[in-house]
Design a protein around this ligand. Structure first.
Ligand code: TYM
Length: 343
């Protein structure tokens, strides 16, 4: 079976972008592939953060995975820091990562510019190496993510090839340079719609956990009245009718795409249904579709969170399964890189 891995950071609240760009797509993949979904707590400390919130946010993120439909009889769900191999492999990979590759990461440039020099930890720079470890440890074939992770995935692929070239040696050549002597070279899975859900207050910037205004995003756990209010106040335009793919109407394209994904309709159906609508008619339709889609997730979330031990058990089992795979890759890498191993 081919393998799929992905993860979300336990920072802020999980929003519609995280769901439509990533989590929702995991649900179909778990039926077909060997899947591992992790909560990347080690990634959540690269900018100044609240230590008192981290463990709570980690559990909540795990509960959201399950509430969205991740099925633990099919997928392994675990916390990144519970599998120490992630950090160990990161150190080994760091030695093979040219610093120039990291310097040109768009997310690093953007986040470090915003945070200011004093607040930029080394971890913000080396973050993509940890992400590469998350993926390469499991010899993953596919990584379902939103558009903003494309560049990190590209770096992961280049790093896998570089390590295979540097340390794969004869074994690598014997395989004809295909597949992975040490690492499999993974491919991103970026959905045709939903890969870049935009802010409700500005159709040109993406929906994000860190945007200061909560009005700019729909959080998966927003109550009905909050969702209704955010849609009522979201940015629109003064064209007549509604349409996809008009570059002058980024908000319109975004809201129609959201409607398409939460209603389960096709793009053509939505285009047809909405072409003569004005915003006043469309907004209640969108609000209802959002609430209908998110409400069952919220009910399941409350159920999962109300059982104090259930999540702990799930996460322990997930970490155990993950560690088996991860440790075997890690031992291979140590060996290939020439380390003296203990008997
Ligand atoms: P994170 O936590 O920022 O986001 C989690 C997932 O949500 C996607 N996403 C979006 N998709 C569509 N529209 C948006 N507005 C939007 N905002 C976020 C992201 O693309 C991502 O798929 N580095 C990663 C987490 C990570 C990871 C990994 C992912 C760490 N190791 C290994 C896959 C494999 C991150 O910070 O995602």
């Amino acid at each position: 079976k081919k393998r799929v891995v992905s993860g979300v950071q336990p920072t802020g609240s999980i929003h519609l972008g995280n769901y439509l760009g990533a989590i929702k797509n995991w649900i179909e993949l778990q039926n077909q592939y060997d899947t591992l979904f992790f909560i990347v707590d080690l990634h959540a400390i690269t900018l100044l953060y609240d230590a008192q919130q981290l463990s709570k946010a980690t559990k909540e993120t795990a509960a959201i995975y399950l509430a969205c439909g991740v099925d633990v009889s099919k997928a392994s769900v675990f916390v990144q820091s519970h599998v120490p191999a992630h950090v160990e492999l990161m150190w080994l990979l760091s030695s093979a990562t040219p610093i120039g590759w990291l310097n040109k990461m768009i997310q690093f440039k953007e986040k470090s510019r915003k945070a200011g020099d004093e607040n930029v930890g080394v971890a913000l720079l080396t973050y993509p190496v940890l992400m590469a470890s998350d993926i390469l440890l499991y010899q993953s074939d596919f990584v379902p993510v939103g558009d903003d992770q494309k560049q990190h995935l590209e770096l992961t692929r280049e790093l896998a090839e570089r390590v295979n070239y540097l340390y794969g040696g004869r074994k690598w050549k014997k395989l004809g340079g295909r597949g992975g002597a040490i690492f499999k070279v993974p491919e991103p899975l970026i959905p045709p719609a939903g890969a870049r859900v935009m802010s409700l207050t500005d159709g040109l910037s993406k929906m994000s956990k860190s945007a200061p205004s909560d009005q700019s995003r729909i959080n998966l756990l927003d109550p009905k009245d909050v969702i209704a209010n955010k849609i009522k106040r979201c940015k629109t335009d003064s064209f007549s009718g509604l349409e996809f793919d008009n570059p002058e109407r980024p908000e319109c394209n975004n809201l129609l795409s959201v409607y398409q994904l939460v209603s389960g309709k096709t793009k053509q159906e939505v285009a047809e249904e909405c072409k003569d609508m004005n915003w006043g008619a469309f907004k209640p339709v969108l609000t209802d579709a959002l609430i209908d889609h998110l409400h069952p997730i919220q009910v399941r979330y409350e159920e999962i969170m109300s059982d104090a031990n259930y999540l702990d058990t799930v996460l322990a089992e997930g970490a155990r399964r993950a560690a088996e795979i991860a440790d075997s890759t890690l031992q291979n890498v140590y060996q290939a890189m020439g380390f003296l191993r203990q008997r």
